[in-house]
Design a protein around this ligand. Structure first.
Ligand SMILES: Nc1ncnc2c1ncn2[C@@H]1O[C@H](COP(=O)(O)OP(=O)(O)OP(=O)(O)O)[C@@H](O)[C@H]1O
Length: 211
């Protein structure tokens, strides 16, 4: 099995996470620990804060309280150690599939063709992204996660739009990542091919209490 270039970290710790959005206390004293090779499944009703927690872990929005650290060296979770898959597939419609992913491959010295083959998109590499189906766009976005070669995968509903064969393939990619010491944090409303995950159930948001 090929080696990752990242050095796995033994444990990610998030404690007392508070995030306020608008007038809502979306995340109130949320915490978890994650060891290398482990997966955390974020569940909860619409609006519970699953995407907010992922975006916060990805550094895309600030914490209103708490901290997220690698336990070994107390380092914050920097973008170089994570790959984020949001709801949007973030593909430029006028660029080909390959052109969309080249920068990530170059930055991380990873192989574009290998990643495209892993998501069955190699035959479509030269197609403009605007011509991809929804599931194919999702697979291209998953290829970008592979190319990031990061220890921590943050996946917002990764199976959205995927057919059964692609979901099975995603399961293989998740298993390989974990077997190499990678970590996965994923949101989902449907069963994911992610065996023995930890669970974090978020509840519907409250209004910010009067101070
Ligand atoms: N920019 C914003 N300003 C104010 N409130 C926001 C903003 N963005 C999101 N929210 C609120 O934050 C809460 C959490 O939203 P989030 O998208 O994290 O939920 P979720 O659990 O991922 O939901 P879903 O299952 O529908 O994807 C919701 O109540 C939402 O209305």
């Amino acid at each position: 099995m090929p080696e990752f270039s990242f050095r796995p970290h033994a444990r990610l710790t998030a404690c007392n996470i508070v995030v306020i959005r608008g007038e809502r206390l979306v995340l109130d004293d949320v915490g978890f620990d994650l060891d290398d090779g482990e997966a955390l499944l974020l569940t909860g009703p619409n609006g519970a804060g699953k995407s907010t927690l992922l975006r916060t872990l990805a550094g895309l929005r600030r914490l209103d309280g708490g901290k997220i650290r690698w336990r070994e060296d107390e380092a914050p979770v920097s973008s170089s150690r994570l790959a984020y898959l949001g709801h949007q597939d973030a593909l430029k419609p006028g660029l080909t599939v390959a052109e969309n992913l080249t920068l990530t491959a170059r930055l991380n010295a990873t192989d574009l063709d290998t990643a495209l083959a892993q998501v069955d998109l190699l035959p479509l590499a030269e197609l403009p992204a605007r011509l991809l189906s929804a599931g194919q766009k999702r697979r291209a976005a998953i290829a970008r996660v592979l190319l990031a070669d990061a220890a921590l995968w943050l996946l917002d509903e990764p199976s959205l739009g995927l057919d059964a064969a692609a979901v099975e393939k995603l399961g293989g990619l998740l298993a390989t990542h974990r077997a190499r010491g990678g970590m996965v944090i994923a949101t989902t409303h449907v069963p994911l091919p992610l065996p023995a995950p930890r669970h974090l159930a978020l509840r519907a948001p409250d209004m910010v209490p009067e101070r």
